[in-house]
Each structure stands twice: as C-alpha cells, then as structure tokens.
Design a protein around this ligand. Structure first.
Ligand SMILES: [Zn+2]
Length: 264
C-alpha cells in the first residue's frame, strides 16, 4: 500500500505541534489530522496494551522503547485513516509524536519539533490544569523523563538520516518557528473552497467529538472542557473557531454547517 499524501509535524509534547499544524491547515485550506483525535479509535485496532503506569515504573528507557513500539503500529493506522479520508493529492497535515525519522522514509514532507525540558514541563502541566486527572498528575515526573529519552532518539535518528529537527527553546519565537516549519514542508495544493472544505472541517470536528466523549468515559470526567470547533463556512483561509462541548456542537450541527462568525 502506498502512503497517502501528507505532511507530518512530529516531535515531543510542548513543542507547539498542534497550534502550528492547525494554523498551517487553516491558512492553506489543508485537511487537519491530529493523531491525538484518533487515540481511542486506535486502541480498538491495536493488540492489548500494557498500562502506561507499568511501562513508566520500569524506567524512562524502557518506557521510551515501549512508546516507540506502539508508535510504529500506530503510524500504519494513521496512514490507513488518512487514506480513508479520500483526499487524493491534497496532503493532510498530520501532527503527532508517533512518527520517528527512522520510520519516515515514505513521508518526504516531515519535520520534528523538539522543545527543551522546561518547555515540555510547562506544556504537560498546562494540559493537566485543564482536567481533573489525578493519575496524570502522579505520573508527570516519569513522563517527563521518558519524553527526554524520546527527544534524544528523534535527534539522533534525524541526524543519521539528514532529516530536519527544529529546536523549541524555553522562550519560543513562535512566528519564526512557524515560518521554519512551513518552509520545510513546502507549498501544497489545498482543498477546494466551499463544499469540500466544509466537509473536511466537519469530519475533523466529528473526530474531536468522538475522541472527547471516549476520553470522558475512560477517565470518568463529569464534564468535558469546551473544544475549539473549526468553522465550516468553506471560505478559503477561514481560521475561526467556536468553543463548545460535543453536545452543543451536535445541536448546532443539526442546523447545517457550523459558522463561527457573522456570515461572510
Ligand atoms: Zn468561517
């Protein structure tokens, strides 16, 4: 099976991958494919996984190896998911830590963002602040140690294979980093404005709903935090979002494409 058209933004948590991927997708009318939104969908298609806590208890090296093993399987699932979107020559902007340079020979447009340790900690703590997740808090230190091993692995593999890594310092120059990423990925053909662009944004919004609800059920969250749903107006370059829960989105969706701003 050939790999579907895609550009991949890889690297570690806290490197701004999702913000940069979202910005690029909206500016260039590209389909957005954050691997995070398929986490639970992938669980159903993977062999049974050991609990993360067990891997972390065996030390950062072991946990990093376990992450890379699962990542290799998940990259194949991501290729299948993107293929299923039927995007033709329009590349999906895929964002996630699963692709390592050693797995990326068939993904020529890829770049890895690696944050320094302080930036990684800040990002993980920020994520925890948004949800009541005591198990997540308890494993923060061991996750950070694992993240550091993974970042070193990406650096080493990228160097060996001549792939591009962008280091994200503690005080990042986001416009500069964004420009470097876009430069590395090159200009790509976008989705047709109108119906096709609307349909892909809705596909992404529905993926967020599904993932959010499964996450809520999994960790027993009373209420989901609002999610920035993408505007489905179909206008080229529209980056508007609508903060709402999946339930609110479902109600809104019954009235047609979501428009997150006055009519344009
Ligand atoms: Zn819009």
């Amino acid at each position: 099976m050939t790999v579907p058209a895609m550009v991949w933004i890889g690297g570690a948590p806290g490197a701004g991958k999702s913000t940069i991927a979202r910005g690029l997708a909206r500016r260039a009318d590209l389909p957005l494919h954050p691997v995070d939104l398929w986490t639970y969908a992938h669980l159903e298609r993977l062999p049974p996984l050991r609990p993360l806590a067990e891997d972390l208890a065996k030390g950062p090296l072991y946990a990093a190896g376990a992450f890379a093993d699962i990542a290799r399987l998940r990259v194949e699932l991501v290729f299948a998911d993107v293929r299923e979107r039927g995007l033709g020559d329009v590349p999906a902007v895929v964002e996630g830590p699963q692709l390592f340079p050693s797995m990326a020979d068939s993904v020529p447009a890829a770049v890895w963002l690696l944050p320094d340790a302080e930036q990684t900690r800040r990002a993980r703590e920020e994520r925890l602040a948004h949800a009541d997740d005591p198990a997540g808090r308890a494993r923060l230190e061991s996750l950070l140690a694992r993240d550091a091993v993974l970042a070193d692995l990406v650096r080493r593999e990228a160097l060996e294979r001549g792939r591009l890594v962008i280091e994200v310092p503690a005080e990042p120059d986001w416009p500069g980093i964004t420009a470097a990423v876009e430069d590395a990925l090159g200009v790509q053909p976008g989705l047709q404005p109108g119906e096709e662009l609307s349909r892909q944004r809705q596909y992404e919004n529905l993926a967020a709903c599904r993932q959010g609800r499964l996450w809520q059920a999994d960790i027993g969250l009373a209420e989901l935090p609002p999610y920035p749903f993408a505007c489905e107006c179909g206008t080229s370059g529209c980056a508007a979002t609508w903060e709402a829960t999946p339930d609110e989105y479902d109600v809104r969706r019954d009235q047609g494409w979501l428009t997150a701003h006055p009519a344009c």
